[in-house]
Design a protein around this ligand. Structure first.
Ligand code: CP3
Length: 345
């Protein structure tokens, strides 16, 4: 296995350039993705290894990023276990029969990655051949974010039902979160055994929780996942949106790197993330729509605020927006590679 700036940065090892990739780098911002989606549904793309491999490769070619991220979705594993759902354009996953009672939780049996996620793992195997030295990032949804989709039935503003179960029925909550932790851990271990060289656990909506609730009702389950990955030789990244007040706790879950959204300046984030844990982020995704000069200026500010951090990966603060001009992101990648400075650890 060859080394890469991305993998070394993720581990806090010496490397030459600040590495960069973008969350949601595959997808509708790319005409070549939209062309495939004209003839295939999202579900078809995920279930067809050749197509999923192709759309994973598209942003690597287009942007020159330092890592690829597997094309799939955080809800793919629960769908494989029989939870009926649909990914609706502009909305995201919508669950046919949202989880409301204890009995619903029994709809989730244990996941066996080789068996239940066979097409996804086949995609990973194809990608490893196709990517050469560029590492592939595997990913899964963290238990809270998955639970929120299952309970709310779709995206939510205030996560009221989810937080109500957490408080009013802690036994059901524990059962659900424990099962989801197994599902996510098995998903990530499967992707790594198929050849993924880093993983990211997305707890996108955990920022809805207060630090007290996060520490008590969310952190233990994410910790199970990071502990369960420890014997694998892959760096582990943990990310959530609106997670400014949770950064220290998310680091406690045990990742190698904590992702930061655009709301927290990286110099401030650095004081909240313990020494020894890396940092990823956090260019505001919307800046790409303001044009290339604004995007470059904002990217320089991100680099300034990360100021030579020896354990840092450049990324957006959240995902690439569909209205993004890919040319702007290409210029951001080139700028990070040209101007990013790494100090020795
Ligand atoms: O490039 C990549 O990042 C790889 C693939 C990827 C997708 N979803 C593809 C996708 C990854 C890593 C995800 C993770 C994911 N899915 C998260 C965590 C990341 C985050 O953004 O916080 C979440 C919360 C989901 C749930 C989900 N799935 C949402 C919110 C959406 C978007 C809805 C929309 O249309 O804006 C989806 C659908 C989805 N997943 C798309 C893509 C490319 C758009 C689907 C399409 O082609 O219509």
């Amino acid at each position: 296995m060859t080394s890469s700036d991305f993998l070394n940065a993720a581990r806090g090892l010496p490397h030459d350039r600040v590495p960069v990739w973008f969350m949601r780098q595959a997808g509708r911002a790319l005409a070549e993705y939209r062309a495939i989606r004209e003839n295939h549904s999202f579900a078809e793309v995920v279930a067809t290894p050749e197509l999923a491999c192709e759309v994973t490769m598209q942003p690597v070619r287009r942007y020159g990023v330092d890592a690829a991220i597997l094309f799939s979705d955080i809800v793919t594993p629960v769908e494989a276990l029989g939870v009926g759902l649909e990914i609706r354009a502009g909305i995201g996953p919508v669950i046919d029969e949202p989880f409301r009672t204890r009995a619903d939780i029994d709809r989730l049996r244990a996941l066996d990655a080789e068996e239940d996620l066979a097409p996804v793992l086949e995609t990973v195997r194809l990608l490893v051949k196709e990517l050469g030295d560029t590492p592939l990032i595997g990913f899964a949804g963290a238990p809270f974010t998955l639970a929120s989709y299952l309970i709310e039935g779709g995206p939510s503003k205030n996560y009221a039902r989810t937080k109500a179960m957490m408080k009013a029925d802690p036994e059901s909550w524990d059962l659900l979160m424990t099962r989801l932790a197994q599902i996510s851990l098995e998903t990530l271990r499967g992707q790594v055994s198929a050849g993924a060289r880093a993983v990211q656990l997305f707890d996108s909506w955990a920022g809805a929780c207060s630090p007290q609730d996060y520490a008590k009702h969310v952190l233990p389950y994410s910790k199970l996942i990071f502990n369960g990955l420890r014997d694998l030789d892959v760096p582990r990244i943990h990310f959530g949106v609106a997670s400014g007040e949770l950064l220290g706790l998310m680091a406690e879950a045990g990742p190698d790197v904590v992702g930061v959204d655009w709301r927290v300046p990286l110099d401030a984030a650095r004081t909240r993330i313990p020494e020894g844990t890396g940092m990823q982020g956090n260019l505001d995704s919307t800046i790409a729509l303001a044009g290339v000069e604004h995007a470059k200026e904002a990217a320089r500010d991100v680099l300034r605020r990360s100021a030579g951090h020896p354990h840092y990966i450049f990324n957006l603060g959240h995902g690439v927006l569909p209205a993004t001009d890919p040319g702007v992101l290409r210029e951001v990648v080139d700028l990070v590679h040209a101007e990013g400075v790494v100090n020795a650890a």
